[in-house]
Design a protein around this ligand. Sequence first.
Ligand SMILES: *[C@@H]1O[C@H](CO)[C@@H](O)[C@H](O)[C@H]1NC(C)=O
Ligand SMILES: *[C@@H]1O[C@H](CO)[C@@H](O)[C@H](O)[C@H]1NC(C)=O
Ligand SMILES: *[C@@H]1O[C@H](CO)[C@@H](O)[C@H](O)[C@H]1NC(C)=O
Ligand SMILES: *[C@@H]1O[C@H](CO)[C@@H](O)[C@H](O)[C@H]1NC(C)=O
Ligand SMILES: *[C@@H]1O[C@H](CO)[C@@H](O)[C@H](O)[C@H]1NC(C)=O
Ligand SMILES: *[C@@H]1O[C@H](CO)[C@@H](O)[C@H](O)[C@H]1NC(C)=O
Length: 332
Amino acid sequence: MGVGGCLVVPWRCLVVLCLRLVFLVPAGVPVRSGDATFPKAMDNVTVRQGESATLRCSVDNRVTRVAWLNRSSILYAGNDKWCLDPRVVLLSNTKTEYSIQIQDVDVYDEGPYTCSVQTDNHPKTSRVHLIVQVSPKIVEISSDISINEGGNISLTCIATGRPDPTITWRHISPKAVGFVSEDEYLEITGITREQSGEYECSASNDVAAPVVRRVKVTVNYPPYISDAKSTGVPVGQKGILQCEASAVPAAEFQWYKDDKRLVEGQKGVKVESKAFFSRLTFFNVSEQDYGNYTCVASNKLGNTNVSIILYEAEPEIHPCSLEIQPACVMRL
Ligand SMILES: *[C@@H]1O[C@H](CO)[C@@H](O)[C@H](O)[C@H]1NC(C)=O
Ligand SMILES: *[C@@H]1O[C@H](CO)[C@@H](O)[C@H](O)[C@H]1NC(C)=O
Ligand SMILES: *[C@@H]1O[C@H](CO)[C@@H](O)[C@H](O)[C@H]1NC(C)=O
Ligand SMILES: *[C@@H]1O[C@H](CO)[C@@H](O)[C@H](O)[C@H]1NC(C)=O
Ligand SMILES: *[C@@H]1O[C@H](CO)[C@@H](O)[C@H](O)[C@H]1NC(C)=O
Ligand SMILES: *[C@@H]1O[C@H](CO)[C@@H](O)[C@H](O)[C@H]1NC(C)=O
């Protein structure tokens, strides 16, 4: 008898029990479906990993012997426990019902269980499948990645669960694009800067809420100057030249006047650079400040430049700028 780990009773007992239970052995005993009423096991049982499964078998008073089997291993025969597994307990053994419970169900418990009875000296069996569900879990996910524009990437998201989870990839930021892949792999060839951002892998299988993980994709590209304008400023006033550039990694800026590099701390001029722009501030523009300025933006992928002019402009005549005149006060 292939009873696996379930039988550890003294061998003499075993033989006696075996003889008593020969009728129960499914092998060689065809399932008789002629008698539709007995034994009547429930439909298939579906439980989540960790929960308890109750296996019920309806019987009546013609039944003389009862047992529950896991494949060919006897779990319970009447009130006698045949297996050592503490998770298996007898729930009821009455004239109408013979039920056992399997606690803390795990995936290896999945499979066919048989209720076997003897009625009027005829062995009969009924089979129920225990189906074990497992919440989805992401077991492997790509790390954040940094790639140069035009390169190829392949993101992987492997998830387990029962039933097998459905895996999807979505591009969620900077703006939500939606589904980009309906399986574990997301391949992007010739990636563009618009395809950078956060990608989210989701694994779902109806057993529990979907699980999600995120991967950040950084697409590097050389600087591109998006805005820089020539500016007219009168002598003695404050003047600003600004140069805006987008780049990943962020651009570093340098300013030249003609061929001469402007450095921070130069008298009367402030150089101020942030991630996306650089600004030259002249606190008190003089004749010598006018001229041709070149803004150079560079990162590890390359550099670009633009030339803009700081030119002399006529002072703006503003009625309220210098002295407060009665007309202005009245308008205020
Ligand atoms: C059922 O049988 C399988 C295969 O032998 C075993 O792994 C599992 O632990 C058994 N489950 C119970 C509840 O007996
Ligand atoms: C019970 O489960 C088994 C195995 O998964 C399947 O073949 C059978 O059709 C199911 N029966 C019912 C009534 O759902
Ligand atoms: C990217 O993939 C394309 C198409 O598969 C291939 O032709 C190209 O050589 C790949 N580029 C790189 C940098 O691997
Ligand atoms: C700007 O510079 C001129 C010439 O050096 C000077 O006369 C003037 O007072 C300065 N203006 C201010 C606001 O500092
Ligand atoms: C400014 O300087 C750049 C580089 O030296 C040159 O290409 C450009 O023609 C100059 N612009 C003017 C208006 O002189
Ligand atoms: C500006 O760009 C031109 C063309 O790419 C290049 O020849 C020149 O050297 C650059 N100027 C500076 C100051 O980098």
